[in-house]
Design a protein around this ligand. Structure first.
Ligand code: 4AD
Ligand code: MG
Length: 474
């Protein structure tokens, strides 16, 4: 007899009834009556389950007894039209093989507690839940959409190093990389750690951004993008911060700040549209489950996503943003953190501008230079830089970027003014020494994007294995 080919549930659900089929997957539920058992089988290919119908008899009873929620099985049988609601077809089983049983008393997902907090403690198992299956499929689809977007525009995918000796953002939030024996650190004459004895012969860290190397690429290849892990040792225990996250950083020669904003807006709209066009079932599941449209102000997840595609982002000067926030305070709006010109905006301020004042995404530009990184192009006023942050509903800052300072003298002056060490930056400054060009770029936080697209409320729930302060499990 010819072996039946295993097919994915996603494809089986679209097939015509009347064929012999084979499915493999994990049991979500088993229920039934004296005569028949119903098994809901999921193989991760879709949010939907395949219903398996098993006749109970002397032959099947011992097998059914071994099948509980979480067990892994193979099913051969006839694809038949389903009488029950919910699915067009189901499999009438003729043969079942149990690959792996699952003890209901010990299975971590059997518990009544399905809170996100609990599921984070069993993050090694949570991909088997409907919610995390949907989130992880969306994550994968969005990664594909990002590569597709840039490739279609002729950008070169550049791999920038994860281990680095320079602090791109200058915020000192780096994880040190060392092979020195911490119990016996070699010291120089001043008594400081002697990093010349370390693996790389100098002090090194995990990167906070691939931008500086990205600029090397852009000033040779024209338009590049990076897409990789990024590390920040900031002690922020918020629903929007991870110690290890993924960032997409396009960098473009001959783009000014306006071109940069146009690209950021087009990029993000393209990604949201891609999600709605290609991942609708997963988004609908998440929206229905956690973001009930009818009683939320903005109509819920799908409406929020459609809203972003269909609207022009506001472009606003920082100074004007501060004025709006000060006006709001005068009218009785309360913020936890103070508002004045020069302050680094908190997400409560960003969200006020986006959700309450403009009711659409905002690109804020012209920030005070003192709250932004050294590489940003300085404006004529001597006070502000051509930075741009894209602010989103529910999230706050989703993108940070700028036009870069292309003038050698101004860049060097700023580096000195900030008291930065030039030792590990000379290679970067070379881009301005040799054929300097106007250029711009930005960084999109991949998990922040996923927060928006999935409607999840905690960033720990849109990455398979979150790393946050005091937490590095799995
Ligand atoms: O605004 P940031 O710090 O900008 C940069 O790193 C620039 N070098 C980017 C560039 O111009 N090429 O970070 C960019 C984005 C933020 O807007 C946010 O979405 C995300 O990265 N991000 C984080 N996401 C999760 N956890 C954290 N701790 C994050 N820090 C930044
Ligand atoms: Mg930023």
């Amino acid at each position: 007899m010819k072996e039946i080919q295993r097919m994915k549930v996603k494809d089986l659900l679209k097939m015509q009834a009347g064929q012999e089929v084979r499915a493999k997957g994990w049991v979500r539920t088993k229920r039934g009556n004296k005569e028949i058992a119903f098994i809901a089988l999921n193989d991760g290919s879709t949010i939907n389950n395949m219903q398996i119908v098993v006749d109970k008899n002397a032959e099947t009873e011992p097998i059914l007894a071994k099948i509980n929620t979480g067990a892994c099985i193979r099913v051969d049988g006839q694809l038949v039209e389903s009488i029950g609601s919910g699915q067009a077809v189901e499999i009438h089983a003729s043969e079942i093989e149990v690959y792996g049983t699952c003890d209901p008393m010990r299975y971590p997902l059997q518990k009544k507690d399905t809170s996100f907090e609990y599921l984070r403690t069993v993050a090694h198992m949570r991909p088997r839940t409907n919610t995390f299956g949907a989130v992880l499929r969306l994550r994968s689809q969005m990664a594909y959409a990002i590569h597709d977007y840039f490739h279609s525009k002729g950008f070169v995918y550049l791999n920038t190093p994860l281990i680095t000796a320079s602090d791109c953002e200058g915020a000192g939030q780096m994880f040190q990389v060392t092979t020195l024996d911490l119990n016996n650190v070699p010291r120089n004459k001043k008594g400081q750690p002697d990093f010349s004895k370390d693996f790389f012969g100098k002090q090194t860290s995990l990167t906070v951004s691939g931008q500086l190397e990205g600029e090397l690429g852009a000033t040779a290849l024209g338009e590049i993008y990076t897409f990789g892990p990024t590390f920040r040792a900031e002690n922020s225990n918020t629903p929007r911060h991870l110690a290890e996250f993924w960032m997409i950083e396009p960098e473009m020669a001959f783009y000014d700040i306006k071109d940069n904003m146009d690209l950021a807006e087009d990029f993000i709209k393209h990604l949201v549209k891609y999600a709605l066009d290609n991942c609708y079932e997963d988004i609908k599941f998440l929206g229905d489950r956690y973001d009930n449209g009818s009683d939320s102000e903005d109509g819920g997840l799908i409406e929020r996503l459609k809203g972003v595609i269909g609207t022009e982002f506001v472009r606003l000067e920082y100074t004007e943003g501060i004025r709006i926030l000060e006006e709001a305070i005068k009218n009785g709006v309360q913020f936890e953190y103070p508002v004045y010109w020069g302050v680094d905006l908190q997400s409560e301020h960003e969200r006020y501008l986006v959700e309450k004042h403009f009711k659409r995404p905002v690109i804020l530009t012209g920030y005070p230079k003192d709250i932004k990184a050294f590489y940003m192009k300085q404006n004529e006023d001597g006070k502000t830089v051509r930075a741009m942050d894209v602010l989103f509903p529910k999230i706050g800052e989703i993108i940070g970027g700028s036009e870069r300072e292309a003038d050698l003298g101004k860049l060097e002056a700023r580096i000195d003014e900030l008291g930065m060490s030039r030792t590990n930056l000379e290679w970067y400054i070379d881009t301005r020494r040799f054929g300097s060009c106007p250029h711009s770029g930005f960084g999109l936080g991949f998990e922040r994007l996923l927060l928006f697209i999935t409607g999840m409320s905690n960033i720990r729930d849109v990455i398979p294995f979150p790393r946050t302060p005091k937490n590095c499990e799995f």
